[in-house]
Design a protein around this ligand. Structure first.
Ligand SMILES: CC(O)(O)NCCCCNCCCN
Ligand SMILES: [Zn+2]
Length: 550
C-alpha cells in the first residue's frame, strides 16, 4: 500500500522536478554540506574550542566596489527579486554559476566574513585565522560571476587591507586547484599585490581553459613579475610536487617580496579524492603549506575557503590547516618521493619566466634529470640547453604516462587514503637547558635532552638571496626528504647570521621533525681577564611562538 502511495507521488512530481531542474539547474558539488561537514569536524576534533569565532557581517557596497563595477553590483542586487526566467537568463550570461534568490545575501556575507577576518588580524585581536565561506570568490571578475563565484572575497580583502590599514604589500597564495583568473585580472598591473596560483591546466584543456593561466602570464606594466602561475599539466600531483613548488618558487619570491599580510585562497579541491582536481596530495600537506606561510608577514595570515568538493578530504584538510594556524607541530610528511617530470617541467618554466624579476631566482639555476627517482632537491647546475635533455624528459614522460595508465586501470575505483595522523599539542612548547646561575625565561622549562639527528651549521646566508638559496632551496627540501626525528641548530657568534634570518630559520625548520628543534647557542660572556663561552640549549617542540635571542 505504502509503496503504491510513494510511486504515485513520485510519478506525479517527477515531471515538475525535471522542469524545475531544467529551469533552475542546481550545482551538484558546491553544496551546503561543504560548510557543515567542515564545521562539524572542527568541533569534533576540539579545534573549534581553541579558536575564537568572529561574527560575520555583510560586505557593504563600498567594500564590493573595491573590486567590482557599479553595473555588476546593481545587476546582482536585482537577483533576489527576479522571476525564475529572469534568474535563468541572468545566470546564462556567466560561466558555471548558479544564481538563487538568496545568493546575493550569501555572497555579501562571504565577502564580509573575509573582511572581518582581516580586521581581526590587522588589529592584533588574533594572529591568524580562517573564514569558512560560500559562495567562493577567486573566479569572479570586475563585472562577471564565474565558477560558482559572485564577489571576489579575497581580492576585496586585499584592497580593503591596503585601504583601511595602509598595508603596502599583500601576498595572495591560491592553492585551490583552479586558476583564480578573477584575482589575476584584478591585480595584474599592481606591484603591491603578489598573486601566486597553481592550478590544473593540462595545456589549456582544463576549465577555465584560459591562455592567460599559463606560466608566461607574469603580470603587466608595473605589475610584471607579481603574477605567478604554476600550471599542472597532469593530474595526480602529490605532496612532493606541492612542496617543491613552495621551496623553489613561492617561498624564495615571497621572502624577497616581504609581504605585510598573507591572504590564502584556501581551496581544498587540490587534495586527494576531489572530483574537480583529481590530484593525490594528502590532507596533511596543508599543515606544511600553512606552516611555511606562517613565517611571513609576522604571522599575519588570513585563509579564506574557495573550492573543495570531496566531503571527506575537505574537512580533513580544513582541520589540518586550522590546527597549524593554532601553532601545533605539523605531522611527519607522508611518502615524499620527489616531484614528477611534469611538475619539474612546470617549475622550470615558471622559474625561467620570472628570473628577470626576482634576484633569488637569478642565481639559482637548475637542471632536472629525467631519471625517475627525482629527489625533492634540484641540483644547482647550468640550465639544460641541448635538446637531448628535453628529449630525455619527453621519453621519461611517455614512460611515466604508460605507468600511470596501468596505475589508473588498476585503481579506477574510489580513491582511498589514510586518516591524517594525530598531532599531539605539547603542554610545554619550549624548554631551555641553561647554566644553573642563568634564570629560565617564563614560558620555557628546564629539561635534559640528548637526541641529535640533524646538525646544521649555516655560514653566511645573512642576506635574502643567500637565505633563499641555502635554506629554502637546499636545507628545507633536504630536511623534508631526510625526515629526521630531531633538528639541532647551532649558532656561533661569528656565524654572520642576523637575528631575523635566524628567527625565520627556527620558524621554518619547525615544520620538520614534528617541531622537535634543539638550538645550541654559543654566547660569549665577558669575565675578568678574558671571555668564556657559554652554551644555551633551547628545545622547541612545535612552539611557533616568536623566539627571542636571549
Ligand atoms: C571555487 C572553485 O575554484 O573551486 N570553483 C571551481 C569551478 C569549477 C567549474 N567547473 C566547470 C566544469 C565545466 N564542465
Ligand atoms: Zn577550485
Amino acid at each position: 500500500k505504502n509503496n503504491n502511495f510513494y510511486h504515485n507521488v513520485f510519478a506525479f512530481s517527477a515531471p515538475i522536478l525535471l522542469c524545475l531542474y531544467y529551469f533552475f539547474p542546481v550545482c551538484k558539488i558546491e553544496v551546503p554540506e561543504r560548510l557543515t561537514v567542515s564545521h562539524e569536524a572542527l568541533i569534533k576534533t576540539g579545534l573549534a574550542d581553541r579558536c575564537i569565532s568572529v561574527p560575520v557581517r555583510e560586505a557593504t557596497d563600498a567594500d564590493i566596489l573595491l573590486v567590482h563595477s557599479e553595473e555588476y553590483l546593481e545587476a546582482v542586487k536585482k537577483t533576489p527579486y527576479m522571476t525564475l526566467e529572469d534568474l535563468q537568463e541572468f545566470t546564462l550570461q556567466y560561466g558555471d554559476v548558479y544564481f538563487h534568490p538568496n545568493i546575493y545575501h550569501c555572497a555579501k556575507l562571504a565577502a564580509g566574513a573575509a573582511l572581518q577576518l582581516v580586521d581581526s588580524v590587522m588589529t592584533g585581536k588574533v594572529r591568524n585565522g580562517m573564514a569558512l565561506v560560500r559562495p567562493p570568490g577567486h573566479h569572479s571578475m570586475r563585472s562577471a560571476a564565474s565558477g560558482f563565484c559572485v564577489f571576489n572575497n579575497v581580492a576585496i580583502a586585499a584592497q580593503y587591507a591596503k585601504q583601511q590599514y595602509g598595508v603596502k604589500r599583500v601576498l595572495i597564495v591560491d592553492w585551490d586547484v583552479h586558476h583564480g583568473q578573477g584575482v589575476q585580472y584584478c591585480f595584474e598591473d599592481d606591484p603591491s599585490v603578489l598573486y601566486f596560483s597553481w592550478h590544473r591546466y593540462e595545456h589549456q584543456k582544463f576549465w577555465p581553459q584560459l591562455k592567460e593561466s599559463d606560466y608566461n602570464s607574469v603580470g603587466k606594466e608595473k605589475g610584471a613579475g607579481f603574477n605567478i602561475n604554476v600550471p599542472w599539466n597532469k593530474v595526480g600531483m602529490k605532496n612532493s610536487d606541492y612542496l617543491s613548488v613552495f621551496c623553489h618558487i613561492l617561498l624564495p619570491v615571497a621572502y624577497e617580496f616581504s609581504p605585510d599580510l598573507v591572504l590564502v585562497c584556501a581551496g581544498f579541491d587540490s587534495a586527494i579524492g576531489d572530483p574537480e582536481g583529481e590530484m593525490c596530495a594528502s590532507p596533511d600537506i596543508f599543515a606544511h603549506l600553512t606552516h611555511l606561510l606562517m613565517n611571513l608577514a609576522g604571522g599575519k595570515l588570513c585563509a579564506v575557503l574557495e573550492g573543495g568538493y570531496n566531503l571527506t578530504s575537505l574537512p580533513q584538510s580544513v582541520c589540518q590547516t586550522v590546527q597549524t594556524l593554532l601553532g601545533d607541530p605539523a605531522p611527519r610528511p607522508a611518502n615524499l618521493d620527489g616531484p614528477c617530470e611534469s611538475a619539474l617541467e612546470s617549475l622550470h618554466c615558471v622559474r625561467s619566466a620570472h628570473r628577470q624579476y626576482w634576484s633569488c631566482l637569478k642565481h639559482m639555476t637548475f637542471i632536472f634529470t629525467a631519471s625517475s627517482n627525482n629527489s625533492l632537491l634540484l641540483s644547482p647546475a647550468e640550465l639544460p640547453t641541448s635538446d637531448v635533455t628535453t628529449k630525455r624528459i619527453k621519453l621519461a614522460e611517455e614512460e611515466e604516462d604508460k605507468l600511470k595508465k596501468v596505475e589508473e586501470e588498476k585503481n579506477a575505483e574510489e580513491e582511498v587514503w589514510p586518516e591524517p595522523p594525530k598531532r599531539v599539542a605539547p603542554a610545554v612548547r619550549t624548554a631551555l637547558v641553561l647554566p644553573n646561575d642563568v634564570a629560565c625565561p617564563d614560558g620555557c622549562k628546564h629539561v635534559n635532552t640528548s637526541q641529535v639527528c640533524l646538525l646544521v651549521l649555516l655560514q653566511g646566508c645573512s642576506d635574502v638571496s643567500g637565505f633563499a638559496q641555502a635554506v629554502l632551496g637546499l636545507l628545507l627540501p633536504l630536511g623534508y626528504e631526510y625526515d629526521p626525528s630531531l633538528v639541532l641548530l647551532a649558532r656561533t657568534p661569528d656565524s654572520g647570521l642576523c637575528d631575523s634570518v635566524w628567527q625565520q630559520l627556527t620558524g621554518l625548520l619547525q615544520g620538520i621533525a614534528q617541531g622537535h628543534t634543539l638550538v645550541l647557542m654559543q654566547v660569549r660572556r665577558r669575565r675578568r681577564g678574558g671571555s668564556i663561552s657559554v652554551y644555551l640549549l633551547l628545545h622547541f617542540w612545535g612552539g611557533l611562538d616568536r623566539w627571542q635571542v636571549f
